[in-house]
Write a protein that binds this ligand. Structure first.
Ligand code: FE2
Length: 289
């Protein structure tokens, strides 16, 4: 019975070992042929089909890498920021299983019809290094002015039109009182999807912001690190008093700061009456293993 031959052109003496067919002739050629065959076999193995990664899984794995060595007040390296921004820029509503016609985006008024329409919050992942979540805003939904202490935050508008107003603190400016600090306007504009992700940093980029939905909107938020009261990252809400509309600040600032584009931000209670956010289970493609 002839020895069994496999695709490598080698004789298999048993299931674990391969021998050359002619052990005493043309040793050099045989060795070269064997190497070539082994390389062919390796290439075939490498070309095996690879399971395609979903966009949301790519986002999760990128966040793990980008925020691996970060903490409160530590901004990721610029190349890592651009890597995560690139992933977010390409994300679409369907990547997280959302469409504007879903019930999340129907306007439901808050208690006694006084507060903003209900906003749904869908958490995708949270660990010590970062969190990923989606805010679903019906038309006229508002996330009031709030801060992100010590964090780097990526916000990607998945669909809709949203107005963003943001501020950064003015460093070394005198305080008006123990709860009121001077801030400079960073952004006051309207975004319409598709658009790139916006980024804010612990000290700049518009660390305090307010979102106002002009249409139904979905915003994918990545926070690194997440809010944590125990580590001093508490979410504080603010009221704003633009300087160009107020006359009471002159005594404090004594004309040191231009009025235009500046505002006093006054800390509010933890649960402002115009905040109407309700948590819900995320039902889109799987994020973790
Ligand atoms: Fe925010």
């Amino acid at each position: 019975m002839k020895p069994e031959k496999d695709v490598l052109g080698l004789t298999r003496s048993n299931k674990n070992h391969y021998k050359a067919k002619s052990p005493n002739k043309n040793k050099m050629n045989r060795n070269n042929k064997k190497k070539s065959m082994v390389m062919t076999w390796r290439r075939k193995k490498a070309a095996a089909p690879v399971e395609e990664i979903t966009a949301v899984r790519r986002l999760f794995l990128t966040c793990k890498e980008v925020f691996s060595n970060c903490g409160s007040g530590v901004v990721p390296f610029e190349d890592k920021i651009q890597q995560l921004r690139g992933v977010l820029d390409n994300m679409k509503p369907e990547d997280v299983g959302l469409t504007p016609t879903m019930p999340y985006f129907r306007p439901i008024a808050g208690p006694e019809n006084e507060s903003s329409p209900r906003i749904m919050y869908l958490p995708l992942h949270e660990c010590e290094q970062f969190s990923i979540a989606i805010f679903c805003l019906p038309p006229s939904g508002v996330i009031p002015l709030h801060n992100h202490p010590g964090m780097t935050v990526f916000s990607k508008l998945l669909f809709g039109t949203m107005h963003i107003k943001s501020y950064d603190w003015v460093v070394d400016a005198p305080m008006k009182d123990s709860k009121t600090r001077l801030a400079k306007l960073k952004m006051d504009s309207t975004l319409t999807a598709p658009c790139n992700a916006s980024i804010l940093y612990p000290e700049d980029g518009g660390n305090m912001h307010r979102f106002t939905a002009k249409t139904a909107c979905a915003v994918l938020d990545v926070l690194g690190p997440p809010y944590c009261n125990g580590e001093g990252r508490h979410c504080t809400y603010f009221l704003e008093f633009p300087l160009d509309k107020s006359h009471q600040e002159d005594d404090v600032l004594r004309g040191q700061v231009e009025r235009e584009g500046h505002a006093w931000l006054q800390e509010r209670d933890d649960n402002p009456e115009d905040l109407n956010v309700v948590g819900a289970l995320y039902g889109g493609p799987k994020v973790e293993d």
